[in-house]
Design a protein around this ligand. Structure first.
Ligand code: NAP
Length: 283
């Protein structure tokens, strides 16, 4: 098993089990070098978003790579400003152009209920936006479509009008922050869970339970967190801009956590904070 191993999405497409995160990775040389280091370390799945502001730099790194396009899995996401059919369609074309790609492997609605659209018609805005993703999927621009930060109530809004069920829900999951209701709902509906912020955006490293377990297993805390995520069947998306850490984050396929070790991590509470509530967030 390696970072090139895959899960299968509900449309039959394969997706590498580990993805490379790029939120807060500055555009320009840093983003380009980070993606180059990730590809060299064995990552084949890159996660970006229009809101990260680094799609063009990532596109340059991809264009300069010798890897065949078919080996790469590239995800982007809709900026919260564009929750309408027309604006979402334009945003998809913009992400494709910025990433210099003919097709995206996965495109997500980044946020279910952005503040700018949080009015009495928010459900219609969301349904219309999803229809734009469905049409881009049928047009062959997007090979898979999904959502991010959606709870069951948001998925149920889509269910009223969707002709394609989201293939992915990308949510915050790390030891201590585990939205069991959303996880169970997605698992029951065949929606793959991508685990963003697998290190709680860097806040997880001082936890004593993780420190002890890492020492016992002869692994780093980062590797323990990723292993925990993978053994739950999630798809973790670790971010780093340092080549040594990027490599470390791929070396998670040569050991296993026992059931009791997993349970010990499941029982942690809020050690790296909690996900933002999508219905009350200030954005
Ligand atoms: N859909 C959404 O709304 C959403 C929200 C948040 C994140 N995401 C996605 O998920 C990805 C990951 O989440 P995240 O960016 O919040 O953070 P994260 O991956 O949980 O943590 C990243 C932090 O940990 C540090 N780090 C990484 N590997 C390390 C290692 N082996 N040892 C020690 N420190 C290490 C990084 O520092 P350095 O970079 O300095 O190495 C950075 O400070 C994002 O980049 C993005 O692609 C999506």
């Amino acid at each position: 098993m390696s970072s090139m191993n895959t899960y299968t999405l509900s449309n039959g497409n394969k997706i590498p089990v580990l993805g490379f995160g790029t939120w807060q990775t500055p555009a320009g040389d840093t983003a380009k070098a980070a993606v180059q280091a990730a590809l060299a370390a064995g990552f084949r799945h890159i996660d970006t978003a229009e809101m990260y502001g680094n799609e063009q730099s990532i596109g340059e790194a991809l264009a300069e790579s010798d890897l065949p396009r078919s080996e790469l899995f590239i995800t982007s996401k809709l900026d919260n400003k564009f929750h309408s059919y027309e604006a979402a369609t334009e945003a998809i074309d913009r992400s494709l152009a910025d990433l210099k790609l003919e097709q995206l492997d996965l495109f997500l609605i980044h946020w279910p209920n952005p503040k700018a659209f949080r009015d009495e018609n928010w459900e219609e805005h969301l349904q219309e936006t999803w229809r734009a993703l469905e049409d881009a999927y049928h047009a062959g621009k997007l090979k898979a479509i999904g959502v991010s930060n959606f709870k069951p109530k948001h998925l149920q809004v889509l269910e009223k009008t969707q002709t394609i069920q989201p293939m992915v829900d990308q949510i915050r999951i790390c030891p201590g922050d585990f939205d069991q209701e959303t996880i169970s709902y997605c698992q029951a509906h065949g929606i793959l869970l991508e685990a963003y912020s697998p290190f709680g955006t860097g806040q997880i490293f001082s936890d004593p339970t993780l420190q002890k377990l890492a020492a016992k297993k002869g692994k780093t805390i980062a590797q323990i967190c990723l292993r925990w995520s993978l053994q739950h069947g999630f798809l973790p998306l670790p971010k780093s801009v340092h080549a040594d850490r990027i490599k470390e984050n791929t070396q998670v396929f040569d050991f296993e956590l026992t059931e009791s070790e997993i349970k010990q991590l499941d029982d942690l509470e809020g050690i790296a904070g909690y996900a933002t509530d999508p219905d009350t967030a200030s954005f």
